[in-house]
Design a binder for this molecule. Structure first.
Ligand SMILES: Cc1ncc(COP(=O)(O)O)c(C=O)c1O
Length: 374
C-alpha cells in the first residue's frame, strides 16, 4: 500500500503529552483512584462547585447545537471585567485561542516568540502550523533556598522586534514567576501581537492586564476556567481583546467551539462564592508548602525552590537523577507530580498545590526520600 506523506513541517512533530488518565494510573499502581494524589496538571484540587453540579444535573436541550458565540457567558464576563461584550471571545480552553491566534496572524515566514521555559502549547502549536518558534532562554539564578528564572529583557525585546506574535504566560508555567508590567508596556509599543496568558492570574498578587485591551489594539489576554474555577474537564477558556481581533478570531473559529455544558457550567462557576474562598485557601497552602520545603532545603541543600504566584511550585535539583528518582518514588506512592524529560528542564519537578492534607503527605514523602528512606 502506498504510504501518504504528511505535510513537510509535520514530519518530525512530537505529539503533546497530556496528563495520563487517573483510571489508567490507578490500575497500574493497584491503588484506588480516590487514593491518588494528582499534582501534575495544575488543576483545581477541590470537589466540583455545587452550583456547577446543579447546573449540569439539570441540563436540557442538549440535542441542539450550542450558541456559537457563548453570548450569555460573554455577557457575564463583560460585566465582571467592566469591559464591553465585544472585547470577549469564548473558546474550548485557552489552548484553542493560542491556536486561533497563530492561524489568524502568523504567516509561514513569521516568528512566534516566547521565553523558555514556558507553557509547551505555544511551541507545539507553532510547529503544528509550520511557524517558526523562537524561545529566549531565561537564566537560572540560585539564592540561598530559592531559585529564579531571570529574563534578559533587552535580548527578548530585540527578538520581539523580529516577531509577529509574542506570547507571555503571566504567571509563567512552570515556575510561577511574573514579568513586570513595565516590560510588557515596552513590548506593547511594538507593532507585534502581544498575547498575555493569564491562566493563573487568580492566584497572584499581581493585577490582570485585561484593561489594557482598551489601550492597545495589539493586545490579547487569555483566561481559563480550567484552574481557579475547576472546569478543566469541560474545556472552557476565553480571550479579551479589541473588537477587531475578536472579529477575526470569530470568523475562523469552529462554530460550536464551546459546548452547552461548558457554557452553562462556566456561568454557574462565576456565580459561586466558593471560588474566591478556595483561591485564598490554595494560596495559604502554597505558602505553607514553600515554608516546609525551605526547612527541607536547609537540611538537605540539594534543591532550590521557585517562589510562585500560581497554583504550583517548581523545584530545581542539583542533578537530574534526584528529580527522576523522586518522581518515581512519589509515583509509586500514588502521588503524581510533573517530571520533565527535556534536557533544559531535566533537573526540575513541578508540584501543583493540592488539598492541605495531601500536601502534608507530599512533604512527609519528600522528607523520607531525601533521608534515603526510599
Ligand atoms: C499557561 C497556561 N495556559 C493555558 C493552559 C491551558 O488552559 P486550558 O485548559 O484553558 O486550555 C495551561 C494549562 O496548563 C497553562 O499552563
Amino acid at each position: 500500500m502506498p504510504k501518504i506523506k504528511t505535510v513537510d513541517h509535520l514530519a518530525s512533530i512530537k505529539s503533546y503529552e497530556g496528563v495520563k488518565p487517573l483510571e489508567i494510573i490507578a490500575e497500574e499502581l493497584n491503588i484506588p483512584v480516590a487514593k491518588l494524589i494528582k499534582l501534575d496538571g495544575n488543576e483545581n484540587p477541590y470537589d466540583p462547585l455545587p452550583e456547577v453540579i446543579a447546573t449540569l444535573s439539570s441540563l436540557k436541550n442538549i440535542s441542539y447545537y450550542p450558541d456559537t458565540l457563548s453570548s450569555n457567558l460573554i455577557q457575564v464576563l463583560a460585566k465582571k471585567e467592566n469591559l464591553e461584550a465585544d472585547n470577549f471571545i469564548a473558546s474550548s480552553g485557552s489552548d484553542e485561542l493560542i491556536e486561533l491566534l497563530i492561524k489568524a496572524y502568523a504567516n509561514l515566514s513569521d516568528t512566534v516568540l516566547s521565553v523558555s521555559p514556558t507553557f509547551g502549547m505555544i511551541s507545539f502549536l507553532a510547529q503544528v502550523h509550520g511557524i517558526k518558534h523562537v524561545a529566549v532562554s531565561q537564566q537560572l539564578v540560585k539564592e540561598e533556598s530559592f531559585a529564579h528564572y531571570v529574563l534578559n529583557e533587552d535580548q527578548f525585546f530585540d527578538e520581539a522586534k523580529q516577531s509577529k506574535i509574542v506570547y507571555i504566560a503571566r504567571p509563567n508555567n512552570p515556575d510561577g514567576n511574573v514579568v513586570s508590567e513595565k516590560f510588557i508596556e515596552r513590548l506593547a509599543s511594538l507593532p507585534v501581537l502581544i498575547v498575555i496568558d493569564e491562566a493563573y492570574i487568580e492566584f497572584s498578587v499581581f493585577q490582570s492586564l485585561a484593561k489594557w485591551v482598551s489601550k492597545y489594539d495589539n493586545f490579547v489576554v487569555l483566561r481559563t476556567f480550567s484552574k481557579a474555577y475547576g472546569l478543566g474537564g469541560l474545556r472552557v477558556g476565553y480571550g479579551i481583546m479589541s473588537n477587531d481581533i475578536r472579529k477575526v478570531l470569530i470568523s475562523i473559529k469552529q462554530p460550536y467551539n464551546v459546548n452547552i455544558a461548558g457554557q452553562k457550567a462556566a456561568i454557574s462557576a462565576l456565580s459561586s462564592p466558593l471560588v474566591d474562598q478556595r483561591i485564598t485557601e490554595m494560596k495559604k497552602i502554597r505558602e505553607w508548602f514553600i515554608s516546609q520545603l525551605c526547612l527541607l532545603q536547609n537540611q538537605f541543600k540539594n534543591f532550590w525552590i521557585h517562589p510562585s504566584e500560581a497554583c504550583y511550585v517548581l523545584l530545581t535539583f542539583e542533578s537530574p537523577e534526584i528529580p527522576k528518582d523522586l518522581y518515581e518514588y512519589l509515583y509509586s506512592k500514588g502521588i503524581l507530580v510533573r517530571y520533565y524529560s527535556s534536557s533544559d528542564m531535566i533537573n526540575n519537578l513541578r508540584i501543583s498545590i493540592g488539598l492541605q492534607e495531601n500536601m502534608v503527605k507530599v512533604i512527609d514523602e519528600i522528607k523520607l526520600f531525601l533521608k534515603g528512606g526510599n
